[in-house]
Ligand binder design. Structure first.
Ligand code: ADP
Ligand code: MG
Length: 319
């Protein structure tokens, strides 16, 4: 019989390098660098709500950490430590080993240390708390967008939601396009380097987890500004551009979830630096619109400035 303690020792205990004390005691002991604020974020993934119960465990391990890394990136924080609370229906060691492998592989890429957690028996659920650091005064908060700011988006939105539509049988994706969309859904790439490089460059930022319009809407509400987005400027992945179901493609583009791209605002004087960053990081960065005075709503306009109507807003667990 594998006990809870065996699982923790075998799969979730690694030598702590930067933590003062890691897994094994009642608490981890951490020492943030001088002058830095601790940035902390938690995200929960539930079987049946956030992933299918038979999901690939290695990909799940990746995603559980990636969604938290994305939140830190959106704050301009550099990741350092994580804790993992996990409920498992049974001690399936093959499953746990694969989950740990996916988790630690991504953690290693960003120098993240797992310093603690909790392991219980129950319906499959995973909650990661991510801790990182950001220099005092440089966090990219939601309430700091200014009227007149450019609005930028990394990468492109919609592919993860399109993959989900495919898995639910609403659309049929094939070949390379299908693989690209499924990768976006199952193994998202958090924009960690971009987030920390935006310190002092962007005014505000948010990661797109619940849909472009919904998440940009949070920035607008917190900052009390509106936004005008240019329809043609919204970046479209091949899967979205070629999708035969245009209504579905538009919905995924504007209101799909699970993209983990960053939307940020910056003054127009920073365009040169942001373009340079795009080349340096090799990440697409698109100027998709401007923040404007007035109500905190998004208006979507075509290249001639005419209003484009768009479908419903993003995902809400209680809607
Ligand atoms: P306690 O009962 O004192 O809360 P536990 O027995 O739950 O401690 O955990 C023992 C140690 O193992 C603690 O350091 C805890 O942080 C760590 N731990 C438990 N589960 C996990 C996990 N899934 N990942 C990482 N560390 C874990
Ligand atoms: Mg204890």
């Amino acid at each position: 019989m594998t006990s809870e303690f065996d699982i923790v020792r075998k799969y979730f205990t690694r030598a702590a390098k930067s933590a003062v004390l890691g897994v094994g005691d009642d608490c981890a002991l951490l020492s943030p660098d001088p002058g830095m604020l601790l940035a902390v974020s938690t995200d929960m993934l539930l079987a049946g709500t956030h992933f299918f119960p038979d999901a690939d465990p290695a990909k799940l391990g990746h995603k559980a950490l990636a969604v938290n890394l994305s939140d830190l990136a959106a704050m301009g924080a550099g990741p350092r430590w994580a804790t993992l609370a996990i409920a498992l229906p049974e001690a399936d060691e093959k499953w746990i080993a694969a989950f740990a492998q996916g988790f630690f592989r991504l953690a290693a890429r960003f120098g993240v240390e797992l310093v603690g957690g909790d392991t219980t028996r129950g319906p499959l659920a995973i909650s990661v708390t991510m801790m990182g650091e950001v220099p005092r005064g440089l966090a990219l908060k939601r309430d700091a967008a200014l009227a007149g700011d450019d609005i930028w988006l990394s990468g492109a939105t919609g592919e993860a939601a399109l993959a989900l539509a495919h898995l639910k049988g609403r659309v049929k994706l094939e070949g390379a396009v299908r693989e690209a969309c499924l990768a976006r859904l199952h193994t998202p790439e958090p924009r960690v380097a971009l987030g920390s490089q935006l310190r002092g460059l962007a005014h505000s930022a948010i990661d797109v987890s619940d849909g472009l319009l919904a998440d940009l809407g949070h920035v607008l509400e917190a900052s009390d500004v509106g936004a005008e987005l240019v329809w043609e400027k919204l970046p479209r992945a091949k899967a979205i551009a070629d999708c035969p179901d245009k209504a579905l493609a538009d919905d995924c583009l504007l209101a799909g979830g699970d993209d983990y791209e960053l939307v940020f605002t910056a003054s127009t004087g920073k365009r040169g630096q942001i373009e340079a960053l795009r080349k340096e990081l090799g990440i697409p960065l698109a100027l998709i619109g401007v923040a404007v005075g007035g109500d905190p709503v998004v208006s979507l306009r075509d290249a001639r400035g005419e209003l484009v109507s768009f479908p419903r807003k993003g995902f809400d667990h209680f809607a």
